[in-house]
Design a protein around this ligand. Sequence first.
Ligand code: ADP
Ligand code: MG
Length: 380
Amino acid sequence: MFKGWFRRRGAQDAKDAAANSAHLIDLRNIVKTFESAAGSFTALKGVSLTVDRGEFVAIIGKSGSGKSTLINMVTGIDRPTSGDVLVAGTPVHTLSEGQMSIWRGKHLGIIFQFFQLLPSLTVVENVMLPMDFCNMYRPRERRERAMQLLAQVEMTENAHKLPSAISGGQQQRVAIARALANDPPILIADEPTGNLDSKTAEAVFKLFEELVAANKTIVMVTHDNDLARRASRSVIVADGEIVNQYLANALPKLSLDQLITVTRQLDRLSFAPGQPIVHQGTPADYFYIITRGQVEVIIDQPGGGEIIAEVLTQGQYFGELGLLDDNTRRATVRAAHDGGDVEVVALDSAEFHALLAACDGTRADVERIAGQRRSNGMAA
Ligand SMILES: Nc1ncnc2c1ncn2[C@@H]1O[C@H](COP(=O)(O)OP(=O)(O)O)[C@@H](O)[C@H]1O
Ligand SMILES: [Mg+2]
């Protein structure tokens, strides 16, 4: 996890990396250390995260866990101590301040908890500001476009008021219109509903859902777990690290602290199509969760030949049976032949048993699955 902490890379390397990224947002091994008189504090400890076009990602986690620091890397509001930040093909962390603010104004819409409208400008002037700043759209089109955006968020009648004359929920709608001014592909929101009552928060969230349906990509930090569940994916940040989402989904009874501990223990492994991961008859040593692709569970036949007993896919786990029973693999598991590389995360035997001992709910879940597989004779 801490690999690459001290590696220094040049701007050209970062540009090459950006050209190679298939993701709209690609954070690679980000470390952020704040230096202060009191000493240094590492708020992000080597996190990696990708977001693809059209996703609606919720970032959740306790206060102080590093959520704002993480999204400030994407917006370029702050820079990583090490690691690469690639957004829409641009290595954001290598831009100068001047380049950064123009780039940000064109590619990102940013929405804050406290709206941050300019108090001395009217609502419509606030919405025009990003167009003026980035010199987008012809000057005489800007007011009309701002009015259209205000209509979209149902703020037309407030267009000529000052921000102080409208409610918090209304100010946040205006801030969303402002974020959309230059038609950016990505919206980044830091606790956008954190200062709103639940009814107003719901209305703002509905707007986000409509924007995702209209092809925007949204990354939203939120304290509200009910809202987070309605996003297409949740990313849990804890203590400057990202909890492995496949682990969290596969073993949902683990507490947040247990998820952090186990995430740190996971080994990441990759297998070429057709390559075996475990062999029937050999000692069992690891528990596996599939994070990409599919695997085939194969039972070797006494007379030679094999039966593909089951195909398991991303998010499912295997290898628990051998660890629970007599420590011998009952089946061979290999990366499926058709498809790309298979990626798994693995937990060793001692870590697996410690985990089951620490969480009764997880033990019960894993034993139930193992029991079903044992009776089918189709597992490793
Ligand atoms: N500019 C800074 N200087 C020093 N410490 C900071 C700074 N910004 C954030 N931190 C620390 O980094 C940690 C993560 O902060 P933050 O990302 O704001 O958390 P969150 O958004 O999850 O509440 C906190 O302990 C915070 O005190
Ligand atoms: Mg925050």
